[in-house]
Design a protein around this ligand. Sequence first.
Ligand code: ADP
Ligand code: MG
Length: 328
Amino acid sequence: MNEFELIKFLTQKLPRKTKGLSCGIGDDCAVIRGEKFDWLLTADSLIEGVHFDFRNTNATDLGRKVLSANLSDVAAMGGQPLYFTVSIGVPRRVSAVQLKKIYSGMIDVAKKNGVVMAGGDTCASPKGLFISIALVGKIMKNRAILRSGARPGDHVFVSGTFGDAAFALGCLKKKRKVDRYFVNRLNNPSARVKLGRLIADEGLASSMIDVSDGLLADLGHIADASGVGFVVDAGAVPVSGFFSNIAARYGLDSLLLALAGGDDYELCFTVPRSRLRAFLKMKKIIEKKAGCPVSMIGRIVENKRKRIVRGKGGKVLAISRRGYDHFR
Ligand code: ADP
Ligand code: MG
């Protein structure tokens, strides 16, 4: 059973909608009906040896990243993050100084995003360090943007750039020297909270997800939930200038890293044809307010088996690795 088979099993076993819960397992956050707002609830963990290694991650970044990963899931619903709890399992060898640094990183990101630490739990851990956060956010009633709303003809958009984090991870694993820019993109991602909220406030998107497992894998989750397929234009997938320079210099498969790498923490969303003009009109303002570029990378199609990437001249490209699965 892999990670996604477990989630599928749980989705089938448990009601997706039940009293007060308008979206259960299967999206970036659960959506709970409130009186004035809908509440968003999410949980994400970082585990030593699985998500990070102390040899190439400093403690402050670790605190930053675990909170950012949770913020990114609230961003993916278009919501405003509010409060979080932190559960931590600490091995003996982790010092008080390191622990304080983890929390100072977390508090730094919390302040920047206007969220408040509301509690947590502390245990000993026999081996690796374990940090798990649960985060609550809110959104206007019935405004949460689910993975399941994409329809044929919708345009696919993404924020930011792709592949930097996967490149950094590849270098660190092989003990190669890598520029601080890339390490920062891996260890200190910033969740696109402002962008998510702008998109939800303006009612611009039919579906949205955050990209943590790889762009194709996460767009695949939108396609699964919506019962549709997609066509991505390889040339339109945004990469940073640093990334395209280094890929050209070392002859890397930059497209594979950008499409199938992970840890980008960007947003991927679909805009219906009827909202496209309004969206394009606001695009510059949205980019300025959100502090990141937004790019159109493809279309949603009816055939749910059609999930393809087109290269130059419309040629269909074979991209084999489809993102990160925790049980693989
Ligand atoms: P993301 O990458 O956005 O954090 P995940 O792939 O981790 O999302 O999870 C997808 C969905 O499955 C979410 O709704 C999450 O709450 C749910 N989920 C994941 N693992 C479990 C689990 N072990 N038990 C119950 N629900 C789970
Ligand atoms: Mg997510």
